[in-house]
Design a protein around this ligand. Structure first.
Ligand code: DGT
Ligand code: MG
Ligand code: MG
Ligand code: MG
Ligand code: MG
Length: 267
């Protein structure tokens, strides 16, 4: 077929194929969620509904898109790790990133009402996305460790900050002043000695974030069969199905990775 004279514009498209053998990480982050969380009455510092909705949307991304081997989320962000051997969309960064972002955003809106039963969605939220490549298992694990360490640092700060405000009667400015220059041990001490809160006993979900991986589960179904010349009977059929499991555990140390050796492909 003859090409139109306009065809040449295709050559303006640039190649954004991700380097082979690398893990492709797409990280999404809610746009201006400082305002979004205020306007939708998120509980401070952690809103169970919001975190559950984030996990639900991330699960939807894993189910609808190929080759995500692990996802990690906290606060208004989620990172999706594509298998290093993936050839989905020929490893084109823009395709991968935009599919993740739009599947996540539409899921977030689609499932909103299931989690925020009495809080209408006031305007359409959006998430930015970026792609980063990690060439080794060490680099990938360090990336995920970085996000989990960030979760811990922010959550510890926010927990003390909002305890000082909600239980200690301080203004937000006073709480900020009080925490200036404090290290982790000081923050734990304030929580413990003044409010009888043991930070390490706070929910793992808040302190560690959420890690989603694939697991296999045996599923037993009954099926009606009717062999020739015999009466109909029921048989049990066992099938192995892939399903997503959620973990709120430490992913910085080795234990999690040793318990789930199938997540990473060897270097
Ligand atoms: P950005 O990402 O540059 O567009 O701006 P933000 O405002 O989204 O900033 P970011 O992503 O650094 O911080 C996340 C904001 O979302 C932060 O202000 C706290 C809020 N947020 C996230 N999860 C919760 C939650 O469970 N409860 C409450 N109250 N706020 C939350
Ligand atoms: Mg940001
Ligand atoms: Mg944000
Ligand atoms: Mg964020
Ligand atoms: Mg098309």
């Amino acid at each position: 077929m003859a090409k139109s004279k306009f065809e040449y514009v295709r050559s303006f498209e640039t190649d954004d194929t991700c380097l082979r053998n690398c893990y492709i990480v797409v990280r999404l982050d809610g746009r201006n969620f400082h305002k979004f969380s205020e306007q939708h009455g998120f509980v401070k510092p952690n809103d169970e509904r919001a975190l559950a909705l984030m996990r639900r949307s991330a699960g939807c991304v894993m189910e609808q898109l190929d080759d995500v081997c692990v996802a990690y989320g906290q606060s208004d962000e989620f990172s999706f790790v594509f298998k290093r051997s993936t050839n989905w969309f020929k490893r084109r960064a823009s395709k991968l990133m935009t599919h993740v972002a739009s599947q996540f955003s539409s899921s977030f809106v689609f499932f909103w009402g299931e989690y925020f039963t009495h809080q209408p969605l006031l305007y359409p939220p959006s998430f930015d996305g970026r792609v980063v490549l990690y060439p080794s298992n060490r680099n990938l694990r360090d990336y995920l460790s970085w996000r989990q360490a960030d979760c811990h640092i922010n959550n510890q700060y926010n927990t003390v900050f909002w305890t000082l405000v909600q239980k200690g009667g301080l203004s937000t400015t006073q709480a900020e002043e009080r925490l200036k220059g404090t290290v982790a041990a000081d923050k734990n001490e304030i929580l413990f000695s003044e409010f009888n809160i043991n930070y390490n006993a706070e929910p793992q979900l808040y302190r560690k974030g959420s890690t989603l991986i694939w697991d296999t589960a045996e599923e037993v179904t009954t099926k009606k069969v009717k062999p020739a010349n015999q009466s109909e009977r029921e048989v049990h059929v066992t099938r192995t199905r892939k399903k997503i499991t959620t973990h709120h555990c430490d992913i910085i140390g080795s234990q999690f990775w040793e318990e789930h050796p199938d997540i990473l492909e060897s270097d």
